[in-house]
Design a protein around this ligand. Sequence first.
Ligand code: NDP
Ligand code: MG
Length: 385
Amino acid sequence: MKNIAIIGASGSIGTQTLEVLRSENELLLTGVSVHSNLEKLKEIIMEFNPRAVAVTDERKYKEAIELTQALRFEGELSFGTEGLIRIATLPEVDTVVTSLVGMVGLKPTVEAIKAGKNIALANKETLVAAGEIVMQLAREHQVKILPVDSEHSAIFQSLQGSSKEEVSKIILTASGGPFRGKDRSFLQTVTKEMALKHPNWVMGAKITIDSSTMMNKGLEVIEARWLFDVNYDNIEVYVHPESIVHSMVQFCDNSVIAQLGAPDMRLPIQYALNYPNRHEAVADELNLLEIQSLHFMSPDKETFRALELAYIAGRRGGLQTAVMNSANEEAVELFLKDKIRYFEIAEVVEEAMERYRNLGEISLDKVLETDIEVREYVRRKFKEV
Ligand code: NDP
Ligand code: MG
């Protein structure tokens, strides 16, 4: 039996992880956290009866206590950041699935690694903000960081059996999002409803907006840099509208190995949880005869400035990617609350990157301090403080 904890169990990835667990006999759900969705927590307790649960939104404190009493839940209930860390470090847990959104995932991920847990990582913002620190810690504590993001899972699968020295480049695929083929002036007209419709995937709101600006691909370039220890010069992005080839690796002999599958996150989740083994399918089957043709093209870096910003931040190094990530998280939140316009997201990210350029050496505390400062800067700029 392998014990699993999920932080952010109520979201899109969290829910799909539960679907995988339903069909796996050797995986036991031991701990979960939700932020505010107590309805989902109720379902999880009734179906899986985990040993420990946490609710991170402190405003839900009273309601959560009432809920667990009404359910006669005999396990542990904890709250806030401490609760999140408790779930991520439960003694019997082997693998922690990080499926919460944003760099709030950083602290619990760090604590889980220190406690010797393997990480099935969906929460890419953690690696963007502090990839150097997280990967170093994982090496020190000899834990695995197993990618859940479909592109990184594809790369990870394609890399099996080869050595790092044999890799010449990584090719990340991108659907191009709902605004593929549009120009800069079109971005002025984009509304929240338009940006929240992704052509191939149903996901949480933040990543859906990031996919439409292509910041998601930018975050993934940085995620790949840290997961696979490759230089930015050796990471390319191809737009591939069908989302069937999830990414590729080119080797020193020019052989290219790719992983294909239906666009279904249950596959990379299942692979991360059972690595290095493969189990009976949970995800949908791929039917290439029906799809017939696959297309690849260069991304439009002028319209989708965010992708280029990620390369710039990554090459600058240090705290620049943390600055970029925090500015983006705050800007997307403001956009989702109708406080700023769509095109202002990339603009304010670029401004923040220029303003916070020389912040010195990276450390965990510095990343957390920078997050607070950059978010305040973004809110001040739009007079939200
Ligand atoms: P969702 O918005 O669907 O879910 C987010 C989860 O995080 C929920 O469980 C939510 O709790 C919780 N959460 C929100 N705010 C906080 C907070 N302040 N503290 C603690 N927990 C919080 O997101 P997704 O599942 O789409 O994405 C999760 C992560 O996975 C992201 O980093 C995303 O980039 C990545 N990812 C997602 C993919 C997808 O297909 N969805 C694909 C690849 C990567 P509650 O709902 O209870 O409030
Ligand atoms: Mg992805």
